[in-house]
Design a protein around this ligand. Structure first.
Ligand code: LLP
Length: 412
């Protein structure tokens, strides 16, 4: 979806240039509201870690997950308190499969709860911070994702502690007198209800096998959004019911209340954002038409990385009638894979769009998640600027990175 009026996008492109990320605060607040049934919504900021969006999340009562030292620093900059409150719900959680020394130091210094994806993490943390709060991220032995690259469970995934090694993980927790908060599972991005039921059952089974009283469970993230027209929207009430049933079964087994967390990234921000680009060239290769825009996979990597589909719309610069045509949409990078219309494996596809001319704007939809946060400086291109629209107001929330800034890093 594209939440913005054409004239607003045209004026933002004039004011800030292109490529430009534009986000809608109202859409983010709406998605948060749809998940309120969960005790805690913990935003997986890897989807979009702009500190202004993190502040918006905090003001809406959402807490935050971090997967690197940088993301912990971002959460602190956005005003999140690192350590949990009396209920143990809030505070930053650091989710990873390993520690580097600087990150371990940051985690310990700020009292950030750790969601450990390896027993080595428990040993390294326990050695310097006995009593530290930990979750165990468990790989249940199966996974599912919109692409093999986003499947985070099973024997081929590097993520989490293997389910059969739970006793060893619990022994490490006991050895270091770590404070076990709960168990966490995240099997991948783009989960369907069949797999969801399987994860819920695996979580119940795991708690019963663990034989320890935990305070909380985390359902991880992975909630999908409709990238294509006509794709069904996730039924968030049904999603909650499945996890709530698992939570109740666990609570009755343990004879205590169990807190239920959710850790979405994409669901909260994907539909709020577009990538605004300008058409800079059009050409034919034999019978194939190409529309070339000023954004590339250095900005939005998802099509090149996963063959991901993003809806597109053209905002013509003038009123001349435009016929519908089939066109490849590609970017400026010196690389053949710099194509926004492609299938997984690099097969080039076309999209039916009004015939584009130089100076038109092309809008890439549903780009709020894993867009700006996965951008790179390939071909020495600075990171694009970001704008947040909130009702009738809009403001720049990240300025464009200059080439001079990039080169300056090498003045050593
Ligand atoms: N929790 C954990 C432990 C995760 O690894 C992830 C995503 C999430 C939560 C949030 O998942 P979400 O709700 O956003 O699906 N770059 C890929 C997605 C990679 C996701 C990595 N982990 C993409 O553009 O589709």
């Amino acid at each position: 979806m594209n939440p913005f009026a054409p004239d607003l996008l045209r004026s933002l492109a004039r004011a800030h240039g292109t490529p430009l990320w534009v986000y809608d605060a109202a859409t983010i607040r709406q998605r948060i509201a749809e998940l309120r049934a969960f005790d805690t919504i913990r935003y997986a900021q890897k989807a979009n870690s702009n500190t202004h969006l993190l502040r918006l999340m905090r003001e809406a009562g959402v807490v935050v997950d971090a997967v690197s030292r940088g993301e912990i620093e971002r959460a602190l900059a956005a005003g999140f308190s690192p350590a949990p409150d009396a209920q143990g719900a809030a505070g930053i959680v650091f989710t990873a499969d390993l520690f580097d020394p600087a990150t371990l130091d940051t985690v310990v210094r700020h009292g950030v709860t750790v969601n450990a994806g390896s027993i080595d993490m428990l040993d390294q943390l326990g050695a310097v911070s006995p009593g530290h709060r930990v979750w165990l991220r468990i790989n249940p032995g199966f996974g599912h994702g919109h692409s093999n690259k986003t499947n985070t469970g099973g024997e081929h995934s590097k993520h989490g502690i293997w389910h059969a090694e739970l006793p060893q993980a619990l022994a490490a927790v006991a050895r270091h007198r770590l404070h076990l908060v709960g168990l966490h599972m995240h099997i991948g991005s783009g989960v369907d209800y069949g797999h969801l039921q399987q994860v819920c059952a695996a979580m119940v089974d795991l708690v019963k096998r663990a034989g320890v009283a935990i305070e909380a469970i985390s359902a991880g993230g992975g909630l999908s959004i409709p990238y294509r027209d006509g794709e069904p929207r996730l039924d968030t009430a049904h999603y909650f019911q499945l996890w709530d049933a698992a939570r109740r079964e666990i609570a009755s087994h343990l004879g205590r209340d169990v807190h239920l967390e959710l850790e979405p990234g994409r669901y909260l921000v994907a539909e709020s954002g577009v990538l605004l680009t300008e058409v800079r060239a059009t050409k034919h290769m034999g019978r194939q038409r190409f529309t070339l825009v000023d954004a590339g996979f250095s900005d939005l990597m998802r099509p090149a990385m996963y063959g991901a589909y993003h809806g597109m719309s053209l905002l013509p610069a003038d009123d001349t009638p435009r016929a519908e045509v089939d066109t490849v949409v590609a970017g400026p990078l010196c690389e053949s894979g710099d194509v926004f219309t492609q299938a997984d494996g690099g097969v080039v596809l076309t999209r039916r769009l009004p015939e584009a001319r130089v100076g038109d704007l092309l809008v890439l939809h549903d780009a709020g998640a894993y867009g700006a946060s996965m951008s790179s400086n390939y071909n020495t291109r600075g990171l694009a600027a970001e704008v947040l629209v909130d009702g009738d107001t809009h403001r720049l929330i990240r300025r464009r990175q200059t080439v001079e800034e990039l080169i300056a890093l090498e003045n050593v």
